[in-house]
Write a protein that binds this ligand. Structure first.
Ligand code: ZN
Length: 318
């Protein structure tokens, strides 16, 4: 259980998080100019998010330092995501993770053949590694969450590294398939990570990458922001991040918004810009004032949906 101090710092609305951070340039294009797109997060806590004027990539401002993020993950992430488990990941997590893994494996089926080399970057509790292994792939995962990594090693007998920061960790052009599912929004340096993944990919390899779309319909504006998500994407900025790393969407695979299969391209680099996107995002994300939001009752349905989903996941495997 979180301590009372932790609770105060992380759950009391209209107050900020216990961090100082530091101003950062845009990770995608290097520009320092930005405009505000949000002032609160999904707990109605103060969290300042800005969009780069040049390319539109959204980031937390000031950017948490690596130490502050590490501190957040060790003390808070578990409570946030109900990972404070003793015997393993909660059942509803495993049910959802297996369902996602099967759907990902179905999408990527043409490449998940016997002997294919596969990397899951951010492999969680290992269900996708398991699905790929069952199809004959040689699999390896990277997962910094120690409990999840241990769970995947013990239950699925897969190799999982706790990090892969070194670009030389794998040979260039090693993997047929790389997958990174809801990881890039958590990273301070997603552009560099995308380049590393691209470098490790075979010339005809595929990269499955998924992040939340901050302007996806059906959510009130502030629900889109979260302290652990230091970068926010829309289709255009996600594709530009991939393009910077020499990747383009693969037209043979169905795309669902910011869930995309990319392939390598030899086409020359493009300018890292999208004029006007930041302003359009600021309009789309225009926050409702917190009292107005509470009074409107717009929070009721998302709360009910979330609870219903937890109940469904809990019952699914009984
Ligand atoms: Zn930028």
């Amino acid at each position: 259980m979180p301590s009372p101090r932790y609770f105060l710092q992380h759950f009391v609305p209209f107050t900020g998080y216990p961090y100082r951070g530091a101003p950062a340039a845009c990770n995608l294009c290097g520009c320092r100019e930005a405009i505000t797109v949000a002032e609160t997060d999904r707990r109605l806590k103060t969290l300042h998010s800005i969009a780069c004027t040049q390319c539109g990539l959204i980031r937390t401002d000031p950017m948490p330092t690596p130490e502050e993020l590490a501190e957040y993950y060790t003390s808070a992430y578990r409570a946030d995501y109900q990972l404070a488990f003793a015997g393993g990941p909660p059942r509803h997590h495993l049910v959802r993770s297996r369902r996602d893994a099967i759907s990902r494996a179905t999408l990527l089926a043409p490449k998940l053949t016997a002997g294919a080399q596969l990397l899951d970057f951010g492999s969680g509790s290992g269900e996708f590694l398991d699905e790929a292994k069952r199809r004959g792939c040689t699999v390896i995962g990277v997962e910094p969450g120690r409990d999840y990594a241990d769970y995947s090693r013990q239950h699925y007998g897969v190799e999982v590294l706790d990090e892969a920061e070194d670009p030389g960790r794998f040979p260039a052009g090693h993997f047929d398939v790389i997958s990174t599912n809801h990881v890039l929004e958590h990273l301070r340096n997603p552009a560099e990570t995308m380049e590393r993944l691209s470098r490790w990919l075979k010339p005809d390899g595929i990269l499955f990458a998924a992040v939340p779309n901050v302007v996806a319909p059906g959510k009130p504006p502030h629900e889109r922001f979260h302290f652990a998500h230091v970068h926010g994407y829309v289709r255009e900025t996600f594709d530009l991040l991939a393009r910077r790393a020499g990747l383009v969407p693969h037209t043979d695979y169905r795309r669902e918004d910011t869930t995309v299969v990319y392939r390598k391209t030899d086409a020359p680099p493009v300018p890292l810009e999208n004029p006007g996107l930041a302003e359009r995002l600021a309009v789309r994300l225009k926050p409702m004032s917190a009292p107005l939001y509470l009074a409107s009752g717009a929070w009721i349905w998302p709360a009910i949906r979330r609870n219903a989903k937890a109940v469904r996941d809990g019952f699914a495997k009984r």
